[in-house]
Design a protein around this ligand. Structure first.
Ligand code: ZN
Length: 351
């Protein structure tokens, strides 16, 4: 097992590809290969397999890889009463960017029990590392379901009004979502992956994606501790990261839209760029988004590239600090030593 690092702790957005014996490979909404008890066993096996793979690849904060959910939104909704899964309807989602078969709200919504409790407990029992469990955000849920009961705001909310909605009710909904949680909380925002319609849509957004500029100041004021953003090969201007002052930033250094595996050099270069706007003790190298529909072998190689790139960035950062520390000391002879940057551990204690 690789060691756990103090600085630039690596993690992933959440999902990992499902093995071909668990579900159809390379699909965002795959069919399960088994049912009943056999399916539950297969989900468990796949969860353990990915915990081990992440640890061996050198990922510091691991996830259960979303191996027990067919889709990250519907996996959640299966634990909610008031939704008819036997009646799926075709609906244009993400402002009609693409059609999906979505279940219908037919009665009052209420949680049946703890969502993802089984796999969360399983993962906690089987890894000594920090563990992250992902849940779909309220806005994304609202946009991935058809409503025949409340008939107020559920159907087809347009993406371009979301920017206002984030400020109007999105942050409040997130705060309600984290109520009572004692763990570190994180929100992941991205421009969508996994299907061609998302990739095509992004081509229409122009040379610079500045939507984050609207959302990040609101998130910076929120009670969420960490924000996960796409950075590598993304048209999000990197300087927007400075809008997240005070937050941990999970910087996307692995492209999930391409099968080409990043080199450690490329990963380290993104980390170094982000360091201009995010202090080292707040920077966590991450994937741009989930890796669910990706080829399993490619995903594994990308996990290793993530760890190798973070290792290179650590080495460079440390030797840089040593060098600049020395030169400053010698040029200001007789004065006090320059203040060292706070270590991640000290910073963590201060939170
Ligand atoms: Zn994403």
């Amino acid at each position: 097992m690789s060691q756990i690092h103090d600085m630039f702790q690596t993690t992933i957005a959440g999902s990992l590809p499902k093995p071909a014996w668990l579900a159809e490979p390379n699909k965002l909404w795959p069919a399960w290969r088994a049912s009943g008890v056999e399916l539950e066993r297969a989900k468990r096996d796949a969860t353990l397999l990915w915990l081990k793979e992440q640890e061996d690849a050198g990922i510091d904060i691991v996830t259960e890889g979303e191996q027990s959910r067919q889709h990250f939104v519907h996996g959640f909704l299966e634990s909610v009463d008031g939704i008819d899964f036997s009646r799926k309807v075709k609906m244009g989602i993400r402002n009609n960017r693409y059609d999906a078969m979505v279940p219908v709200v037919t009665g009052p919504l209420r949680l049946k029990g703890r969502v993802h409790e089984v796999e969360a407990r399983l993962a906690r029992e089987h890894t000594g590392r920090k563990l992250k469990i992902t849940l779909p955000g309220p806005m994304t849920i609202v946009d991935t379901i058809a409503d025949e009961y409340y008939r107020d705001q559920f159907d087809e909310p347009a993406f371009n009004v979301y920017l206002d909605d984030v400020k109007r009710w999105g942050i409040d909904a997130l705060h309600r979502g984290i109520e009572g949680l004692k763990c570190t909380t994180c929100v992941h925002i991205c421009y969508g992956y996994g299907i061609q319609a998302n990739i095509d849509w992004k081509k229409t957004l122009g040379g610079e994606w500045r939507q984050y500029a609207e959302i990040l100041p609101a998130l910076a004021k929120s009670r969420i501790k960490q924000v996960s953003l796409e950075c590598i090969h993304s048209k999000v201007p990197i300087e927007l990261l400075k809008l997240l002052k005070g937050k941990d930033v999970l910087v996307g250094v692995i492209d999930v839209a391409s099968d080409r595996v990043e080199t450690p050099e490329e990963v380290s270069a993104v980390i170094e760029k982000a360091l201009q706007f995010v202090p080292a003790n707040h920077l966590f190298p991450c994937t741009n988004c989930g890796m669910a529909p990706m080829d399993r072998e490619v995903a594994l190689k990308k996990l290793r590239a993530l760890a190798a790139g973070a290792a290179l960035a650590r080495k460079r950062f440390t030797s840089n600090k040593r060098r600049t520390g020395k030169s400053r000391t010698s040029s200001r002879a007789g004065r006090s030593r320059p203040r060292a940057a706070p270590s991640p551990r000290r910073a963590a204690r201060r939170k």
